[in-house]
Write a protein that binds this ligand. Structure first.
Ligand code: FMN
Ligand code: FE2
Ligand code: FE2
Length: 407
């Protein structure tokens, strides 16, 4: 049965959520589910903006046919060709052979890579600032290449001052009846899912996100409709969202705080991490967070690294190398282009510690990472000497946080 709801006078939401999916992109856990958003403008002409993932195809098609109520679907705008938004595109076009498919040149290329389908005479290729009128509404297309994929554009509804933002401003998490951020108690947990989505999905493309933010700055925006997660509409929330995105896109931390990531087999490294954390607490460092990298999925760790200014990595050595989960974390942070962080390293090894050397090598290949001091070495378990060294490291970290707070 249909479940579509109104967004504005004549714009409808016809997406839905998947709460069964284990990993989004078969990669990132989504314990709170994920929504796939699609929007329909019912004007003199009808315009569908993006389709949805395969998992919600039935209700999506039911929503579409109910809302069209026998009218033709005049246009389908593809802001993003990734299958989480286009797996059901053919299902729509089979039912609506009349539809003109609107997208960038690259989107049309990708469409034909994903689908063996003949759209001759039924495509419209658009570029920067091209417009499409449906009657009362005019959509202006703004290119956003690599704000996830190369073919991405966003569509600005001039009448509603509404931005259909593709993956930008999207979030992990199902929608639970409240479509709008201002209807949700939007706290730390929700921000964390917004950040985890940003950092893992678009974090790598900070430059391109900045380019999109610069273009958006020239638009009056009263509503942002992303392809995942809730819709943004109150001016204060939109301002916060854009400011936060601008921090992430420039790889500036949100909080002058410490996150300790540790990898430990038998507890020696973990013990060192705890000693350090307690010493930081004693030095009035607030909101310290600790993660066992073997326990917490790396997508959460990436989100935390995008949030905090000071990162401590403590790792056992493993087969003359770094512990595998710790290496994965470093490779992910590097892949997502994270920059401008202050770092401290702790290595552990029982016969030939290798973790420190490996972490130093990885750090050297990352941009603007400041190592506070040489890696601290533990041999199996911390002794009094290492305890002293951990306290000194806590002094350095606490001073560095205080300095960051003053600027
Ligand atoms: C499979 C395996 C491989 C290891 N490889 C190394 C190594 O290459 N060099 C080294 O010094 N210690 C190595 N170790 C020892 C661990 O690094 C050591 O037990 C650990 O650092 C102690 O800290 P933990 O209690 O936090 O695990 C290895 C341990 C295991 C289980
Ligand atoms: Fe995407
Ligand atoms: Fe997406």
């Amino acid at each position: 049965m249909r479940q579509a709801v109104k967004v504005t006078e004549d714009i409808w939401f016809l997406g839905s959520s998947d709460r069964r999916l284990s990993k989004f992109e078969n990669c990132h856990p989504v314990p709170n589910g994920i929504s796939y958003n699609s929007y329909l403008i019912l004007d003199e002409k009808t315009v569908l903006l993006d389709t949805v993932d395969r998992s919600i195809v039935s209700v999506f098609l039911e929503n579409l046919e109910f809302l069209l109520d026998g009218r033709p679907l005049d246009y389908l705008v593809i802001n993003h060709m990734e299958p989480d938004h286009t797996a059901t595109l053919r299902d729509v076009l089979i039912r609506h052979p009349e539809t003109i498919v609107v997208g960038t040149a690259k989107a049309h290329t990708l469409l034909h890579q994903f689908f063996d389908i003949n759209l001759q005479g039924k495509t419209m290729q658009v570029k920067e600032n091209d417009t499409l009128s449906s009657g009362k509404h005019t959509l202006r297309f703004i290119m956003a290449p690599m704000v996830h994929w190369p073919e991405v554009m966003v569509s600005y509804d001039e009448r509603e001052k509404l931005l259909f933002s593709a993956d930008a401003f999207g979030s992990f998490g199902a929608l639970n009846g409240n479509l709008f951020v201002d209807q949700i108690r939007y706290g730390d947990a929700e921000v964390a899912e917004l950040r985890r989505y940003y950092s893992n999905i678009v974090g790598k493309y900070g430059m391109q996100v900045q380019a999109l933010l610069n273009k958006a700055a020239g638009l009056e925006i009263e509503m942002i409709c992303p392809l995942h997660g809730p819709i943004w509409r109150s001016p204060k929330k939109i301002q916060w969202l854009i400011e936060t995105y601008s921090k992430w896109a420039t790889y500036r931390p949100e909080d002058h705080e410490v996150v300790i990531f540790y990898a430990s087999i038998y507890g020696g490294t973990e013990n060192a991490a705890e000693i350090l954390a307690n010493a930081l607490g004693e030095r009035k460092v607030k909101n310290i967070r600790m993660y066992d990298v073997s326990v917490t999925d790396v997508s959460y760790l990436v989100g935390e690294a995008f949030r905090a200014s000071h990162l401590v990595f403590a790792s056992s050595s493993y087969n003359n190398d770094l512990f595998p989960e710790m290496e994965r974390l470093f490779l992910d942070l590097k892949a997502h282009n994270l920059q401008n962080r202050t770092v401290a390293l702790i290595e552990n090894g029982s016969w030939a510690p290798a973790a420190g050397r490996k972490m130093n090598e990885l750090l050297a290949s990352m941009k603007n990472w400041k190592l506070l001091t040489d890696a601290l070495t533990i041999r199996s378990c911390a002794k009094e000497e290492q305890r002293e060294a951990l306290l000194s490291l806590a002094d350095l970290l606490a001073a560095s946080i205080e300095e960051a707070d003053m600027h």
